[in-house]
Design a protein around this ligand. Sequence first.
Ligand SMILES: Cc1cc2nc3c(=O)[nH]c(=O)nc-3n(C[C@H](O)[C@H](O)[C@H](O)COP(=O)(O)O)c2cc1C
Length: 382
Amino acid sequence: MEITINPKYPSVTDLRNRAMVKMPKFAFEYLDGGCNEDINLDKNRTDLQKVELMPYYLSKFDKSDTRTELFGHTYDAPFGIAPVGLQGLMWPNSPEILAKAAFAHNIPFILSTVTTSSIERIAEITEGNSWFQLYHPADEKIKRDLLDRAASAGTNVLVILADVPTFGFRPRDIRNGLAMPPKMSLKNILEVFTKPDWAIQTLIHGKPAFKTMEPYMPKDLNMAKLGELMDVTFSGRLNTDRIASIREQWKGKLVIKGVVSEEDAEKAIALGVDGLIVSNHGGRQLDAGQSSIVPMTHLAEKFKNQIKIMMDSGLRGGPDIARAMASGAEFTFMGRSFMYGVGALGKEGGNHTISLMKREFQQVMEQVCCEKVEDLPRFLVK
Ligand SMILES: Cc1cc2nc3c(=O)[nH]c(=O)nc-3n(C[C@H](O)[C@H](O)[C@H](O)COP(=O)(O)O)c2cc1C
């Protein structure tokens, strides 16, 4: 896919600023915020920014190749789109916009269980090349059915989420009356009238709904009851028995997202998991936790030859992807950056933001004189 960048928005900061104007306040704040006092959200950025690369200008250099092999597939670049819930609320049709762009650019798109498109629809768009993130449902039957559906749709990789044993404490969402699913308070409804593009797109694409979960929900559920049902459905805390049972049923690649401790990583390896996405959920769950780059660097050093170590949380561009890869990650993901892109530019947002990341990452590789992605650790300033 050709790289196309809208020259008005050459950075994620530009996209974020534009998205803030285009999206209703409650939706933007749901996307943008961390939890509690946003300490972990900020630490993800500041710790990542401390990572430095050393260029070697006089070394032998031909050209930089950003292609990266992961789980038997060669992607165009070492980054993908992280799973994000409720995407259609933030920008109408955004899971499909992002899945289409990811497929065209040959990077992975991870579908969240609680977003607004279905496993089947995303499989159609990506010709069976998407990844699926499972929120562990309390009900065994629903879990089995979701896994069967993911397998029949040809899902490449199953990601199970470890880091939401309880919902994060998010002051902005509390202030905005944003629950799961969102309550439409008068304040929020009035806010929508000031965002005409968002409102028109919502009319075109319809009220956002939890498409993957629809088969398990009674018809015509009112919003309050839907909220209760989702709370009960996802009260299933992850544990080693649950991972073992999924490992038995799921024949494809299995990844756990949100593991940050050595102890959990060892358990995951013993259970036959294929990869970890070291993540703190973009700083949305444990404000007193570490930034993501710190445990990732440690886990990569310790376990890289036993399991694929990937990371997300706090990455906002090509230099950050290079920082993470130089610190030992074998692949990276981003959540907010892509949603800012769609919030800012609507259906052009997916292509624009992926193009931006590809161009920026390529520039860093060329600048430090790195030919292959797997050589990036050589450029880390220790
Ligand atoms: C608005 C929002 C919703 C999210 N929903 C989910 C989700 O449903 N499932 C999931 O595994 N992670 C979810 N995440 C976490 C992302 O997958 C990812 O870990 C995080 O966004 C990475 O940090 P970054 O936004 O700084 O790139 C969500 C993140 C955001 C910002």
